[in-house]
Design a protein around this ligand. Structure first.
Ligand SMILES: [Fe+2]
Ligand SMILES: [Fe+2]
Length: 340
C-alpha cells in the first residue's frame, strides 16, 4: 500500500460509511474465485409422493396453487431468472382465477382432459401438452376429469418480480372466468389468416402446443437426421406471431437423445432447467454427474460445461426451459463448444 497504512485506510472507510459511501477498493474481491456449480437434481421418486401428500393435507382454499417449488440451495429459487414448480390439481378442483405481471407456462406431466382458461378461452390439458399464460392474462385451472393432473409450472417471476421488482397481481372477481372465446380461437389466430382487429401484442398472445403435434415433429426431425452435436434432435417452442422465442423472458425446447447418443460438451450464458419426459440417461455438469430417468428435473447453470448421454434401449426425451431471450435482449448470450 504505497499511499497510507491499513489503519489509515480503515479509518477512511469508516468515514465514508457514515456518509453511505464505499471505496471501490472494498468492493473488489481479493482473489478471483470460480462461481460455485449450483447444478441440482430432483428425483421424481422424491417429488411425486410429496406432491400426493400435499394433495392430502393442503386444500386449495388454504393455498390457491398447490405446488412444490424446485429450490436450488443458495438461490432460494430454481435458477436466477426462471422458476420451475410441480403443481397438482385433483379431480373436481378449481384453482381460482387471477393474473400477474410475471408470465407462466405449463407442461403437462400426467393426466388427461383438464383445462386452463386463459383470457376467456379454455385450453385443454393432457400429458405432453404445453401452454403459455403471458404476462397479465387472466387464468384459472379446472380438473373435471376423474384423474389427478400434474404439470410443471415454469415462470419468469425470479426475473420479473425479483430482479425487476414488478410484482403486481390481481384476483378475479369470481372463482372462474366466463368463457368468452370458443376453444381453438387462439390456435386459429396463429394460422395464416386472422381478423384485422385481432392483431395482438405478441407478449400477450397465449399459445398451446399439443403433444400430438409436437412429438411427431420431433420424430420427423429425427428421421430426417437433423441433430445438433450438443443437444441431439432439438426443437424450440416458437412464439407463433414473432417466430422467435416462446415469450420475451422465457424460452423452451423439446429434445430427443437417440440410443447411444453422447453429446459434445458446450457451455452458454443461459441457465437451463430440464425435465425428463421419457427415457433415461446421464448429464455431466462441471464436476457433477446426474443419472436421470422419467420425471426427474435438473438444472444446468450458466457457463458450466455440460454434456448428455442417453442410456437404455428407448430414446430419451427432455423438456427444458431457459432464460436465453433475456440474455439475447441485453446482448449477453454467449456459447462455447468444446473442440471435438
Ligand atoms: Fe398464476
Ligand atoms: Fe446446453
Amino acid at each position: 500500500m504505497p499511499t497510507g497504512s491499513e489503519a489509515l485506510l480503515e479509518e477512511f472507510d469508516r468515514q465514508l460509511a457514515r456518509l453511505d459511501l464505499m471505496g471501490h477498493w472494498r468492493g473488489v474481491p481479493r482473489q478471483r474465485e470460480a462461481p460455485p456449480n449450483r447444478a441440482q437434481l430432483w428425483k421424481w421418486d422424491d417429488i411425486y409422493p410429496n406432491l400426493i401428500r400435499a394433495g392430502e393435507i393442503v386444500d386449495l382454499a388454504y393455498s390457491d396453487r398447490r405446488t412444490l417449488q424446485l429450490v436450488t440451495p443458495g438461490l432460494n429459487r430454481t435458477s436466477p431468472n426462471t422458476q420451475m414448480s410441480i403443481q397438482l390439481v385433483k379431480p373436481g378442483e378449481v384453482a381460482t382465477a387471477h393474473r400477474h405481471m410475471f408470465a407462466a407456462t405449463r407442461f403437462i406431466v400426467q393426466g388427461e382432459n383438464a383445462y386452463t382458461t386463459v383470457d376467456g378461452e379454455p385450453l385443454s390439458l393432457s400429458a405432453g401438452d404445453y401452454v403459455t399464460t403471458p404476462s397479465w392474462c387472466w387464468h384459472d385451472h379446472a380438473n373435471e376429469s376423474d384423474q389427478p393432473i400434474i404439470w410443471l409450472d415454469v415462470h419468469d417471476n425470479p426475473f420479473v418480480g425479483g430482479a425487476l421488482g414488478v410484482r403486481f397481481s390481481e384476483q378475479f372477481a369470481h372463482p372462474t372466468q366466463p368463457f368468452t372465446q370458443a376453444a381453438g380461437t387462439y390456435h386459429d389466430l396463429m394460422g395464416i389468416v386472422r381478423p384485422p382487429n385481432r392483431r395482438q401484442h405478441p407478449a400477450h398472445q397465449p399459445a398451446g402446443y399439443p403433444w400430438k403435434e409436437v412429438r411427431p415433429a420431433l420424430e420427423r426431425a429425427a428421421a430426417e437426421g437433423q441433430s445438433d452435436p450438443c443437444d441431439g434432435v432439438v426443437l424450440d417452442y416458437v412464439n407463433p406471431i414473432t417466430g422467435g422465442h416462446l415469450l420475451p423472458t422465457l424460452g423452451a425446447r423439446i429434445q430427443m437423445l437417440l440410443p447411444r447418443v453422447r453429446t459434445q460438451p458446450h457451455r452458454h450464458t443461459s441457465y437451463t432447467i430440464y425435465h425428463v419426459v421419457e427415457g433415461e440417461g446421464v448429464t455431466v455438469v462441471g464436476d457433477k454427474r446426474f443419472e436421470w430417468n422419467k420425471g426427474d428435473c435438473f438444472t444446468v447453470p450458466n457457463w458450466q460445461w455440460h454434456a448428455h448421454e442417453q442410456r437404455g434401449s428407448a430414446p430419451a426425451m427432455l423438456f427444458s426451459a431457459h432464460d436465453q431471450p433475456i440474455l439475447e435482449a441485453f446482448d449477453l448470450y454467449r456459447e462455447e463448444r468444446e473442440e471435438s
